[in-house]
Design a protein around this ligand. Structure first.
Ligand code: S3P
Length: 195
């Protein structure tokens, strides 16, 4: 099993991916399955802003204010070594320092989805200030093009969630994480885990 005992290597599961890729929902299911604590960074950001919703943070402080809060919330996790499922916001990979911090928490899973599936999922709510544009579909296309290489660079594996159930995705992540931690984070090393 995936125990969080005294290893030097942190044993968290970090979920990255575009808006609408299912990070929060899958994070909840996965945390339940593994008996890990769920940390949803967007929730932490709102908490750190005394309950101010993300759309209001963007209105009052701009995207840069939001990104500063996002960095602080991520840095606050650096001391938490193991036993967490960490769901992140879609834009967290935009800074190299964030990417470094995410990797240090490892194991990083990129939840991807086909662009049409993403658009279908996110067009259902208005809580995403970055998509309050004249042409949200084009905005999604541009952001996806910018971010795709960054998700790839930051993550240990990619799971395309299009057409998969939440249970299937959570199961896939759990099995991959067990393998990843067992081989010390190096998939070429398939020998027994040595402490
Ligand atoms: C953002 C994604 C949102 C939230 C904020 C910015 C982004 O989180 O952090 O609106 O830059 O893609 P989700 O990915 O959970 O929607």
């Amino acid at each position: 099993m995936l125990e969080s005992h005294s290893h030097n290597v942190p044993r968290n599961i970090v979920l990255v991916g575009f808006m609408g890729s299912g990070k929060s929902t899958i994070g909840r299911a996965l945390a339940r399955k593994l008996v890990f604590e769920l940390i949803d960074l967007d929730v932490e950001i709102v908490r750190g802003a005394d309950g101010k919703p993300i759309t209001r943070i963007f209105e009052d402080e701009g995207e840069s204010g939001f990104r500063q809060r996002e960095r602080q919330a991520l840095e606050a996790l650096a001391g938490h070594r193991s036993g967490k499922v960490i769901a992140t916001g879609g834009g967290i990979v935009g800074s190299s320092e964030n990417r470094r911090l995410l990797k240090s928490l490892r194991f990083v899973v990129w939840l991807s989805a086909d662009p049409e599936v993403i658009f279908e999922r996110i067009s259902k709510n208005r809580d995403r200030p970055l998509l309050h544009t004249e042409n949200p579909k084009e905005t999604v296309r541009q952001l996806l093009a910018e971010r795709t290489p960054l998700y790839a660079e930051t993550s240990d594996i990619e799971i395309n969630t299009s057409g998969l159930s939440m249970e299937e995705v959570a199961f896939g992540i759990k099995e991959s994480a067990i393998h990843f931690f067992r081989c010390g984070g190096d998939p070429r090393n398939t020998g027994p885990l040595v402490d």
